[in-house]
Design a protein around this ligand. Structure first.
Ligand code: ZN
Ligand code: ZN
Length: 378
């Protein structure tokens, strides 16, 4: 498969193209038939942001066949009007002091079959909808909005590309510091400060810096351990741009790490490149996982590859499609996924290599471009 890099210019956070948010609710309505609903109550905040442009922390969005009702509380009166208008979204905005769910329920009173997002509505909330708020048929829906979010439009890809570029540049600015014996925490802070200076709105997730034996834990939190000669250092981090995430892992060899650790780096780097090579529209996500896994198994470390190969990236850092052996997903053009195999051994430490890529018709485009075979740091 064809792998491309840098085919589209990276834009700074301030010069990103607008996104076509206004058409997304119609795309959702076109799914009402297959979902078996006449209207959908959207409570998952990331989905509300996707459909409306609203970035606040309290809202419910009722999407009906002909229109939509957006309910929030008094803190967000001005912000919701501004953000929905900026996004080109038309909805009746209601400000409720009794909680947005009750107001959304009142607006849904004439609906026959009302969808609730089964993966985010709590048990107590569902019981309230059934006993107090709504008298028609409640329909649990799964991935109703997430299915639309799978394929990113050009504006979304531009944001993820920008977030990836910030991470690349930040790493280039600070990676030589690894030779100066910083603690994991100190190095994480330097990397994070560099990303914020370069225009990240926030961090994409809690930075992982896992050195020496700590590298054997895939989700280790940066500690006071001092990075020193002979360490492998797993660095997993990302930036957030206008709500969109980046995700990249590089593993550095500090000083002389010996033959076994060098072989770990080589094997995982090869497995990761093999996985990226498989990525293309029409390919099963499980095939990408199988390619990475087979290379690591051949090297004798199959048991030490402790997690799935990757995940979708967008408004959430981990979203559909999952790239694992159990995934039933077929990759499609415009999806953004990670490929991140790893090997974790208590005596040697850890190696993980991760890129964020956009799926294309005949392959993929890599968005995280930092070198995967960095020169050993001395
Ligand atoms: Zn990561
Ligand atoms: Zn990841």
């Amino acid at each position: 498969m064809a792998i491309t890099e840098n085919v589209t210019p990276t834009l700074a956070p301030g010069e990103l193209p607008p996104m076509d948010v206004g058409s997304r609710m119609d795309a959702l309505r076109s799914r009402f038939g297959e979902l078996g609903v006449d209207a959908l109550v959207v409570t998952e905040l990331t989905n509300i942001r996707y459909l409306s442009g609203f970035t606040g922390s309290s809202a419910v969005l009722l999407v009906r066949e002909a229109d939509a009702v957006f309910v929030t509380d008094g803190r967000y009166t001005t912000q919701s009007e501004q953000e929905l208008s900026d996004a080109g979204v038309s909805a009746h905005i209601e400000i409720s002091s009794e909680g947005p769910e009750a107001a959304a329920a009142a607006a849904a009173s004439g609906v026959d079959r009302l969808g609730l997002e089964a993966d985010s509505v709590s048990w107590s909330s569902q019981r309230r909808w059934a006993s107090e708020l709504f008298s028609g048929e409640l329909v649990p829906t799964t991935l109703a909005v997430e299915a639309l979010r799978l394929v990113k439009d050009a504006g979304e890809v531009a944001r993820i590309r920008s977030a990836c570029a910030i991470a690349d540049t930040a790493l280039a600015q600070v990676q030589s510091r690894l030779s100066e014996g910083p603690t994991e925490k100190e190095f994480a802070l330097e990397l994070e400060a560099a990303m914020m200076r370069l225009g990240a709105a926030e961090l994409s997730f809690d930075t992982i810096v896992a050195s020496g034996p700590n590298g054997a834990r895939p989700h280790h939190q940066p500690s006071g351990r001092r990075i020193s000669d002979g360490d492998l250092v797993v660095v997993d981090f990302g930036a957030l741009v206008d709500g969109y995430h980046s995700d990249m892992t590089r593993t550095f060899a500090v000083g002389d790490v010996g033959a076994d650790r060098t072989r770990m780096v080589d094997v995982v780097t090869e497995a990761q490149a093999g996985g990226v090579e498989v990525v293309a529209a029409g390919v099963q996500a499980a095939e990408v996982d199988a390619r990475c896994r087979s290379i690591i198994e051949e090297a004798g470390w199959g048991e030490a590859f402790l997690h799935g190969t990757g995940h979708g990236v967008g408004l959430d850092i981990h979203e559909e499609p999952r790239v694992s052996g159990r995934s039933a997903a077929t990759l499609a053009s415009g999806q953004v996924v990670t490929v991140e195999p790893g090997v974790y051994l208590p005596d040697l430490g850890g190696v993980r290599v991760e890129d964020t890529v956009v799926v294309t018709d005949n392959g993929c485009e890599r968005l995280t471009l930092a070198s995967k075979t960095p020169q050993p740091i001395h």
